[in-house]
Write a protein that binds this ligand. Structure first.
Ligand code: MD6
Ligand code: FE
Length: 216
């Protein structure tokens, strides 16, 4: 009997509405994942993954890098975007054109035409790494959506409301999934549960998440 659905089939791409401003595109970048990983490898060769500190002084379990005109950083002074990598004191690597085009396509497919991402934050999760509930509000432009790509091991994503407390929904983001969120969902609280150990053919024992942001 033929399988009804094969998670690794690049033709299986389907959208699901998560909120009024949010589309979860299952399997969006399965077909391009190898190319995307090659682009990421070139970026992190220049701007290595590192564990930033929270303003409170705690080491984040997720390791991060950036590409684009600016990058998101955190330290004792707070959260912000800046044009140079504090680790190398050099500008962040440019955003690979193929990555940018793919993010723009996801936005367009979700009803956000004219998305101009200047920044891509790259999050690397090893088993056990997690991200606490937060809002993304360090961008000057809160009218543009954020485009998120997931690669490698699956993770439980926590999708909350507009207050830190209250009901949350847990969804499993898998290799190749895109989530495009904006509009009234833009300031929802969200986080990622501790990554379950496993092995993925493309990423090994890791999950990688890219978030594309139009910060101005
Ligand atoms: C992650 N993502 O999936 C963390 N933020 O690893 C985020 O924090 C996020 O996916 C804003 C918009 C989309 C996201
Ligand atoms: Fe976020």
């Amino acid at each position: 009997m033929q399988d009804l659905f094969d998670i690794n089939d690049p033709d299986d791409v389907w959208p699901e509405t998560l909120g009024s401003g949010t589309t979860w595109i299952h399997g969006f970048l399965v077909a391009q994942a190898g190319q995307v990983m090659a682009d990421i490898a070139r970026v992190v060769a220049q701007a290595p993954y590192r564990h930033l500190s929270t303003p409170g002084g705690k080491r984040m379990s997720v390791a991060m890098s950036n590409c684009g005109t600016q990058g998101w950083v955190s330290d004792r002074a707070g959260y912000r975007y800046q044009t140079t990598d504090p680790h190398t004191a050099k500008p962040w690597p440019a955003m690979p054109p193929g990555l940018r085009a793919l993010a723009q396509q996801a936005a367009k497919d979700s009803g956000y035409d004219g998305f101009e991402p200047g920044v891509c934050l790259i999050n690397h999760y090893a088993p056990g790494a997690r991200m606490g509930l937060h809002q993304d509000r360090d961008e000057n432009n809160l009218t543009a959506p954020i485009v998120s790509f997931s690669l490698g091991l699956p993770a439980t994503f926590i999708w909350g409301g507009w207050q830190r407390t209250g009901t949350t929904r847990r969804i499993m983001l898998r290799h190749g999934d895109a989530v495009v969120w904006g509009g009234e969902d833009r300031l929802r609280f969200h986080g990622v549960a501790p990554l379950k150990d496993g092995e993925h053919a493309l990423t090994g024992r890791a999950r990688i998440n890219l978030t594309f942001r139009q910060i101005n």
